[in-house]
Design a binder for this molecule. Structure first.
Ligand code: SF4
Length: 493
């Protein structure tokens, strides 16, 4: 069942007021891939009345006030992407498209959506109940941070939004605990933690709410409707990436039972054509194993799991994911299950027992013509600033991929994701990347992104300070938009 988003739906449920109203910068797709739907469904399963207002009109009270005030709190999220990242390119040009908005035009998500929505609530509801911030925008901006779009260090978003609480990271359990504390009139301190199966076992519609469906098609639905999340978190900790900052450095994986149950459910949808478009997480091949020391004592404060080398304490084993993929593809009605999330090839090569077998099965059964990998660069000095492994594992992986592809008699390719204008990267580095790609990869990569300094990452710190925070050395940082674009064009042509 969808959570209500109109007064008519609330009346039908016999609610005068909701306990919690969630406000989001995305449209309301009821799917386990959408944070606001997950939080709403978890709260509803815990017995709370939850309603959703998606992409409210920020110039009037017509949307924000249509459900009245909640009993317990307003929950605000900028949506699945930080609103500044969603609204602007790496060169600060306004984006025209938004995959999470009906019709696809980028007209419904305000800049700094969390602050705008919070202020809108305060404007129309004086002395209202607490305002709680969540989602990636609040999470990455929870402490003082460099903001690329205004080119200054901003204070915690809690102050600018004049909010009461901020739930960061993956906050399902915390938000239920918060609700219970507020209902009981208790002080919500020291609330933390989660478990993953329960979330995915909830009853999602896997569709856009009918109220928003009238406004147009939402592009994101096409990729998430028939995809499976197998795990969360990433111990890759690349310096430019916000996933570890938001989802954490510890992998939380779902049980085989929960994933197979969801796959069977998908196979029964009338519009399911037999294809599961992805079974993965932030990095596909981190399912089913974790560092035992980390699980007991938490991540090491003074070292990383994969950089500069893979930590020997981490026992990499793709066996569990192999078994899982076999079981998913044997479900009646499932013709193919693809692994569309990116692979860490250094992990794959380090698994002497199951790594090659895993890649072989990926090549034979789980690739839709192209497999994505993200080397990001070829030059050691730049890779070091990114916190990524060197180029040798990439070349070894590429050779193995094409060997298995040839053995299988298939025509398949690798798609390489690269970054231009990362702190420390010069035009010469991009020229070297271009010649490495032609010489070793025999391709001119098309997927080249200009580095975007998202809040709270190490690479953003480098961008802001022009210094390597690990060595304190001065660092070349390309800040000129035209020259950033030129760096990209060196590789893409
Ligand atoms: S011991 Fe190694 S694998 Fe485990 S948390 Fe520390 S760095 Fe990561």
């Amino acid at each position: 069942m969808f959570l209500p988003t109109t007064r008519t739906e609330m009346n039908r449920l016999g609610w005068e007021k909701a306990d919690v109203i969630l406000v989001t910068g995305d449209s309301y797709i009821d799917s386990p891939f959408m944070g606001i739907a997950v939080i709403g469904k978890v709260l509803a399963a815990a017995g709370f009345k939850v309603a959703v207002i998606a992409q409210p009109d920020v110039h009037s009270d017509k949307d924000i006030s249509r459900l009245g005030e909640p009993h317990l709190f307003w929950g605000i999220s900028g949506g699945s992407i930080d609103s500044m990242v969603a609204n602007y390119t790496a060169l600060k040009k306004r984006r025209k498209k938004d995959d999470y908005t009906p019709g696809g035009s980028n007209t419904r998500r305000p800049d700094r959506a969390v602050i705008v929505y919070a202020n809108q609530i305060r404007r129309y509801f004086k002395d209202t109940c607490p305002i709680v911030l969540g989602g990636i925008e609040a999470s990455l901006r929870r402490i003082a941070h460099y903001d690329f779009w205004s080119n200054r260090v901003r204070r915690s978003i809690l102050f600018d939004a004049r909010a009461d609480y901020l739930v960061y990271g993956m906050g399902e359990k915390a938000v239920v605990a918060l609700c219970r504390h507020l209902r009981a009139g208790k002080n919500p301190k020291d609330i933390a933690g989660i478990e993953l199966d329960e979330v995915h076992d909830l009853d999602f519609e896997r569709d856009l709410h009918p109220f928003y469906k009238k406004q147009g098609h939402v592009k994101a639905l096409a990729t998430i409707k028939f995809s499976l999340t197998t795990h969360r978190g990433c111990y890759g900790e690349c310096n430019f990436c916000a996933i570890a900052v938001h989802q954490g450095r510890t992998i939380q994986w779902r049980s085989r039972r929960s994933i197979l149950k969801e796959a069977e459910l998908l196979s029964r949808y009338p519009d399911f054509k037999g294809y599961i478009l992805d079974a993965g997480g932030p990095t596909a091949n981190m399912y089913g194993y974790e560092c035992t020391k980390k699980l007991k004592d938490g991540p090491c404060p003074d070292r990383r799991c994969l950089f500069p080398e893979i930590c020997p304490v981490l026992k990499i084993d793709h066996g569990r994911q192999l078994a899982l993929l076999r079981e998913i593809r044997s479900i009646k009605g499932v013709k193919k299950v693809f692994v569309a999330s990116g692979l860490r090839y250094d992990l794959l090569l380090a698994d002497k027992k199951n790594g090659a077998r895993y890649l072989n099965e990926i090549v034979i059964h789980h690739t839709s013509g192209q497999l994505k990998v993200a080397p990001e660069h070829s030059e050691e000095s730049v890779l070091k600033k990114m916190g990524k492994c060197g180029r040798a594992p990439l070349v070894a992986f590429k050779d193995l991929f094409f060997k298995f592809t040839q053995d299988a008699g298939k025509q398949q390719f690798l798609s390489y994701y690269m970054i231009a204008a990362h702190p420390g990267c010069t035009e010469k580095d991009m020229k070297n990347l271009a010649s490495f790609s032609t010489r070793e990869l025999r391709i001119r990569p098309e997927q080249v992104q200009i580095f975007t300094p998202t809040p709270s990452t190490y690479s953003t710190l480098m961008y802001c300070t022009q210094m390597d925070p690990f060595t304190r050395e001065r660092l070349f940082v390309e800040k000129n938009p035209g020259k950033k674009e030129y760096q990209k064009s060196i590789v893409t042509g």
